[in-house]
Design a protein around this ligand. Structure first.
Ligand SMILES: Cc1ncc(COP(=O)(O)O)c(C=O)c1O
Length: 366
């Protein structure tokens, strides 16, 4: 068996220890005589898996008691709609309620487009310049406290590799964050948020699971006519068991949470992530051949886009990298070049191997 270093933005690499544990438990989960995939979600075995996963996530993120943790489906993209449906009031035929949105990259653009279907959206900051997103507003530059019901932002824009180095201070207005590509990468103060949501397929587990962390007072306000599956209250009242939840994804997420605990929690993750990103950006900046367009103050720890001096070499770079066991480095078509996603599960040796490969490629082609 030979495992590659997989730099995919998502679904992304999972910790090898987690995959090995899942393999060991695949046919017979701890004496149950069956795989987790085959269990009833209401049986006592799966209930114990579900409860342990939630308890571990609460512990590693220090989630306060007045927040619910929901294990849903539909991806972060469903949350683009669920957030306004549940927070902006009104009825389905009567658009009501105002929300402030930061527009800092491709994913926040999608969140804005969806929210506009349900309420009045004010774009309070827009960092697009010449068709590109390479920065976020300076801390404190955006005023809040208007009549907005909530403020939405994307702490890490996965495609552009742009990250907020701060949490916006929105005063009394609830802050909603699409944390899909940065959750669990470092400690955060959950109490600063009304809602945190994330598709699992980067730092949490496999695709198909969506985690929502929501403050109690934001539950139970869905607009009239909201389908049950899109109402946070439905899921909060049933411990995310209203319908069949994504059981195997939930189980694997639990293994990932346990792995993070064993590694020293989010503080340890943050140290490793900062070091991994730091050395990759340093290598890019030190070369005359590679470049990263993002303002150094808001470069992502998780997604590192870079371009080659000659885009004509992109295909050669990718095929030689693949031969060296470094895969899924192609950048998003809107940014071009390469993108190395280096989530929690990317070992430091993977980043070292990429840096060494890049230096060697530059020597031969630069
Ligand atoms: C920041 C961010 N938001 C939203 C999404 C969409 O997530 P999903 O595919 O789970 O709907 C992604 C996916 O890559 C993302 O990176």
């Amino acid at each position: 068996m030979s495992r590659v270093f997989n730099f995919s933005a998502g679904p992304a690499a999972l910790p090898q220890d987690v995959l090995e544990k899942a393999r060991a438990e695949m046919l017979d989960w701890r004496g149950a005589g069956m795989s987790v995939m085959e269990m009833s979600h209401r049986g006592k075995e799966f209930m114990s898996i579900a409860e342990q996963a939630e308890a571990d996530l609460r512990e590693i993120m220090a989630i306060p008691d007045n927040y619910k943790v929901l294990f849903l489906q539909g991806g972060a993209s469903s949350q683009f709609a669920m957030v306004p449906l549940n927070l902006l009031g009104g009825s389905l035929s009567d658009k009501r309620g105002k929300a402030d949105y930061y527009r800092t990259g491709s994913w926040s653009k999608k969140a804005i487009a969806e929210a506009k279907r349900f309420g009045e959206v004010t774009v309070v900051a827009d960092t697009e310049r010449g068709g590109k997103f390479t920065s976020v507003p300076a801390e404190g530059a955006v005023a809040h406290g208007s009549d907005a019901v909530y403020v939405h932002y994307t702490p890490n824009e996965t495609i552009e590799g742009v990250e907020f180095p701060y949490i916006p201070d929105t005063g009394n207005v609830s802050l909603v964050a699409d944390m899909s590509s940065t959750i669990l990468s470092r400690p955060i103060d959950v109490s600063k948020f009304g809602i945190i949501y994330a598709g699992a397929q980067k730092n949490i587990g496999p695709a198909g699971l969506t985690v929502v962390i929501i403050r109690d007072d934001l539950i139970g306000n869905a607009r009239d006519g909201t389908p049950a599956m899109f109402d946070y209250k439905t899921h909060a009242d049933t411990d995310s068991m209203y319908n069949t939840p994504p059981t195997y994804g939930w189980y694997l997420a639990g293994l990932v949470f346990d792995w993070i605990k064993q590694k020293g929690g989010l503080k340890a993750m943050a140290e490793i992530n900062q070091r991994k990103a730091g050395k990759l950006y340093a290598a890019i900046d030190a070369s005359g051949f590679y470049s990263n367009p993002v303002d150094p103050a808001c470069r992502s720890w998780m997604n590192v886009p870079f371009t080659l001096a000659d885009a004509g070499l992109d295909a050669t770079f990718l095929s030689e990298a693949k031969e060296a066991g470094l895969v899924t480095l192609k950048g998003h078509r809107s940014v071009g070049g390469m993108r190395a996603s280096i989530y929690n599960a990317m070992p430091e040796e993977g980043v070292d191997a990429l840096i060494a490969f890049m230096a060697d490629f530059e020597k031969r082609n630069g």
